[in-house]
Design a binder for this molecule. Structure first.
Ligand SMILES: NC(=O)c1ccc[n+]([C@@H]2O[C@H](COP(=O)([O-])OP(=O)(O)OC[C@H]3O[C@@H](n4cnc5c(N)ncnc54)[C@H](OP(=O)(O)O)[C@@H]3O)[C@@H](O)[C@H]2O)c1
Length: 307
């Protein structure tokens, strides 16, 4: 087992006063958002971030990026911080670099990207290219994407972290595959974050990975929170249950997101969207009451007849 500094990773809803004393960007309208602690540092992050796969893969000049610009504006306005990308996502990192400087939100941004290549030198070159594309000085979080050549990249990430070139190291897996390798990796290597797939339908990580992350003090970021949109099709024209009002869910998106972020081991879910109204709707799930363990079971039963 890797010794690490541990912090209680409890649900944390900050009052306006706590927010103001904890962060320079917080404003009073960000009160009562759900924040989680990054176990290895104690830093607080809002429990919803945003993904950029497909939705930000747009090849356009800066003056034609009005839609992603407005999506990012809505994200920051609602208190969002973590943006997730990768060299795998086509033009997404370039688009972020075209837009972010216009928003002047560098103190609020929690930048996360990935190294996705084979070999030490290729990895170093790719990370430097990503930094230039984003137009930032350094990343908060660098993952090894889909565990590709992780034994080569992880020592480089650790060195970068020691030298202050990034704050956190991480690793991601594709859904359902390589989970046993991830578990072995987590037990034997110091790592700050994992990123895995989890949603109300795909819950395999509940068995081993989520409890292990909690024991080891590893932050967990959740990708595919809507099963890449599949959860909405699964619901068809089914209505939300009446009791969804008790946890302030007005839409299925909020129902799906609150299910995820209320899990004690989860630090942040990163839904992707190409629509401003969806961004506003998703970020609203950071607010209000969260389901407890009993209600989380009821949510699964109601939506999917699962136990
Ligand atoms: N191995 C890895 O590292 C890995 C793997 C997968 C994903 N990821 C990361 O995780 C992020 C999220 O996963 P994902 O992109 O696969 O899928 P997702 O977030 O589960 O789903 C995105 C889909 O949901 C729709 N959507 C979003 N908000 C909605 C709302 N409020 N109402 C109705 N539909 C809504 C979007 O359509 P609209 O555009 O119409 O809103 C889009 O089609 C990725 O973008 C990426 O950053 C990482």
């Amino acid at each position: 087992m890797v010794p690490r500094r541990k912090f209680n990773q409890t649900l944390l809803v900050l009052s306006a006063v706590e927010l103001l004393s904890n962060s320079s960007w917080a404003q009073s309208h960000h009160q009562d958002l759900l924040f989680k602690k990054i176990p290895s540092s104690g830093q607080l992050i809002p429990a919803i971030g945003m993904g950029t796969w497909i939705t930000f893969d747009i090849d356009q000049p800066t003056n034609q990026l009005e839609n992603p610009l407005n999506i990012l504006k809505a994200f920051f306005k609602a208190g969002g911080q973590m943006i997730d990308s990768s060299p795998m996502y086509g033009h997404a990192q370039k688009v972020l670099g075209q837009i972010l400087p216009q928003l002047n939100q560098s103190s609020q941004l929690f930048s996360a990207t990935k190294v996705w290549t084979i070999g030490n030198d290729n990895g170093i070159k790719q990370m430097e290219l990503s930094r230039k594309l984003w137009k930032i000085e350094s990343f908060d979080l660098m993952y090894v994407h889909n565990m590709l050549d992780w034994k080569i990249h992880l020592p480089v990430l650790n060195k970068m972290k020691d030298q202050g070139q990034l704050k956190y190291t991480g690793i991601t897996t594709p859904h359902g595959r390589r989970h046993s390798e991830l578990i072995t990796m987590m037990k034997n290597n110091p790592i700050d974050f994992i990123q895995v797939s989890y949603n109300m339908y795909d819950r395999e990580i509940e068995k081993e990975i989520l409890p292990l992350a909690r024991d080891l003090g590893i932050a967990v970021v959740i990708n595919r929170p809507f099963q890449t949109g599949g959860l909405f099709s699964r619901m068809g024209d089914k209505s939300l249950p009446q009791w969804a009002e008790d946890i302030q869910c007005q839409t299925w998106a909020q129902f799906f997101l609150k299910f995820i972020i209320s899990h004690p081991s989860v630090s942040c879910a990163i839904p992707a969207t190409s629509q401003i109204s969806h961004m506003q709707e998703n970020m609203f799930a950071l607010k209000g009451k969260m389901p407890d363990q009993h209600m989380r079971h009821e949510m699964i039963k109601y939506a999917f007849n699962q136990t």
